[in-house]
Design a protein around this ligand. Structure first.
Ligand SMILES: Nc1ncnc2c1ncn2[C@@H]1O[C@H](COP(=O)(O)OP(=O)(O)OP(=O)(O)O)[C@@H](O)[C@H]1O
Length: 265
């Protein structure tokens, strides 16, 4: 399994300080993140919740370098990302971060396995045959691990929504990221497929990967170690839930809902 514990250097997996984002396309600029301080431990599963428009996706995009913050800094395993140029940032995103979105964004002219392989092969230096073989072996092992090896040659439209999202998780893990980011990964799924994908993400987390997920769904959020609540671009509260177990699922969800209602969710 793609581990994240090999790079222990005494730093949290992810840290942001004074993270601010203002969109200048409006006059005056729309301030969406208001100086957020947040630290995610190695191996932690952190969920970000908040009302629609509170800045959850903007936070995820700003810490993962998909969008440039207006102010503040972000560190990934101690390395300051805000000083990197675009090419360096793309490389960090490709090799040290994984992403799962509501939609899989797979290419329809490639089968499931080739879609998963695409970024993993892109990360291998040209001519590095051993690196290429290792990437292929890693992807095949991930597909086996997450129960989708039998659909490896299927087209994107020939698998279920749950299988497609599990394939997205495999693609996100193929380079062995330090942090896996998930933005509403179950937003387009029914409840059975949601449980299937959350079981996959829970396994990923249990095996040591740091996970940062945005969700509206309290039953998904109840899987996390910690939930932070965003209001108007500020983290106004957080709740530590500790390690998840299926026996505790309902109690955790009820507890979380009570907390969320108190915050006006
Ligand atoms: N490119 C942009 N230009 C201007 N404003 C933007 C831009 N992108 C997002 N916003 C605004 O920033 C605010 C936060 O958006 P964001 O998508 O981060 O919220 P969210 O909490 O993820 O919402 P949702 O739960 O609905 O996905 C919203 O008011 C949104 O309209």
């Amino acid at each position: 399994m793609t581990g994240t514990l090999e790079t222990h250097n005494g730093h949290p997996a992810l840290e942001c300080r004074g993270l601010t984002k203002a969109y200048r396309s409006t006059d005056p600029p729309t301030r969406v993140l208001n100086g957020i301080d947040l630290s995610v431990d190695r191996g932690e599963f952190l969920v970000v919740m908040g009302a629609s428009g509170s800045g959850k996706s903007t936070l995820l995009y700003s810490v993962s370098g998909m969008d440039r913050p207006t102010d503040g800094n972000v560190r990934l395993e101690g390395r300051d990302l805000t000083s990197l140029d675009d090419a360096e940032m793309s490389r960090v995103r490709l090799t040290r971060m994984g992403f799962v979105f509501q939609q899989a964004y797979f290419l329809e002219n490639l089968n499931i396995r080739d879609n998963i392989l695409l970024p993993a092969l892109k990360a291998v230096p040209r001519g590095d045959r051993a690196g290429r073989d290792a990437a292929i072996a890693r992807v095949d092992a991930l597909m086996e691990r997450f129960g989708i090896a039998h659909v490896r040659r299927h087209g994107v439209t020939e698998v279920s929504g749950g299988q497609l999202q599990r394939a997205s998780v495999c693609r996100a893990l193929a380079c062995g990221p330090s942090v896996l980011f998930a933005d509403e990964p179950t937003g387009a799924l029914n409840s059975a497929m949601t449980a299937e994908v959350m079981d996959t993400l829970t396994d990923v987390h249990r095996e040591g990967t740091t996970l940062v997920m945005v969700t509206h769904d309290p039953s998904c959020a109840a899987r996390a170690d910690r939930v932070v609540y965003l209001r108007d671009g500020t983290v106004v509260d957080s709740r530590r839930l500790g390690p998840w177990s299926p026996e505790e699922a309902q109690r955790r969800e009820d507890d979380l809902l009570t907390w969320l209602r108190g915050l006006g969710f």
